[in-house]
Design a protein around this ligand. Sequence first.
Ligand code: ZN
Length: 420
Amino acid sequence: MLKVKVKKVMLSYKFRLYPNKEIEKKLEEQLEICRWLYNRLLEEINNARKEGRKITQRDTQALIVKLKEENPELKKVYSKVLQMVNYQLWSNMRALSRLKKNRKKIGKLRFKKRERWKSLNFNQSGFSIDVKNNRISLSKMGSVKAKIHREIDGKVKGIWIKKYPSGKWYAIVQIEKEIERKEKTGKVVAIDVGIEKFLVDSDGRTVEYPKFIDKTIERIKRTQKELSRKKKGSKNYEKYRKRLAKLYDKLNNQRRDFLHKLSRYYANNYDGIYVEDLNIWRLVRKGKANTLHRHILDASWGEFMRMLSYKAEGAGKAVVKVSPCNTSKRCARCEAIVDMKLSDRVFRCPVCGWTVDRDYNASLNILKAGLGRPAVPVEREPLLQTISYKDVVLGQILSMKQEAPCVSEGWFTWVKCLGV
Ligand SMILES: [Zn+2]
């Protein structure tokens, strides 16, 4: 009998919450209590370290029980949620010390200021979900109206209650799901992220950079300007602040939808996906000024890579990071290094005459570095297919099986690049 490989993956679904006045008051209050606890435990750790005492996660965990006597307010919050505050604190500490080990200049862990604690983490217990009636019940909180717009098809492991800057509340429901590994396609691809285009892949696909970003940015700028004219704290100020936050929410939702669909496409259609190591990429290709546009694009690539990685992993496939090594300056055909300006859109090799879209050339170099062998199409000028943002969202990325330029091997030996 054929055995189907099954794998467990963690997924999260986001549902909007509609708390009534009474519940919202409790939510705000509990956030504030958690913030207080976070700062109190951090203070305890700081003190212990100053005095040279050893202190562990278990010590601060035990301290919570004692603190309940000192501050009975703590009893208003479900105990597991308080435990997760301690957990969060220690994982922040660990993240910080990892950065320090990498010799990054980083200060101490800071105390959380007012309004800087935004979520309540119900881990394993303290909640129940009523899909039929669109309600989520939380321990020490009550029943909250929610818009459960999709089926929950897995085991619920936890719920994060989160307040967004727009003032909206969401429940991020974490689900453990068993999935079948996707069938292998036998195909590999390399992806190069661009400045004018969102990405170009080694099968000749160009995905346009999502234009809605510019539209929404214009609206954001206008609203920001309006906001700056209002008196801080006034009713009008509040109105515009909320409007601004809603625009950011909108931008984020559109952006994530785009990124989800695009990453899903690559995870489903390829066994191996080669990408450049983005951290290095950023240092190498510092282009335009640090505008909002640039900032969002930057964040989008990072998020795209994260989504791609977990989707590929969920399907039993691999995303391989390749360190960039003259990927845009090197001729993918004869390996000559060509001096390129950031504004040059076409790659022209003076040695072998290879003339091709700059990012496409780069994607071929990434594929070569990943595979450890040449991967240049026989065609001199392969036709590139442009895919608009709408095609991505509507799921209309065409399969390029027939049109894809065929990959030839053995033209030369590719020496794998080891660093920048
Ligand atoms: Zn060449």
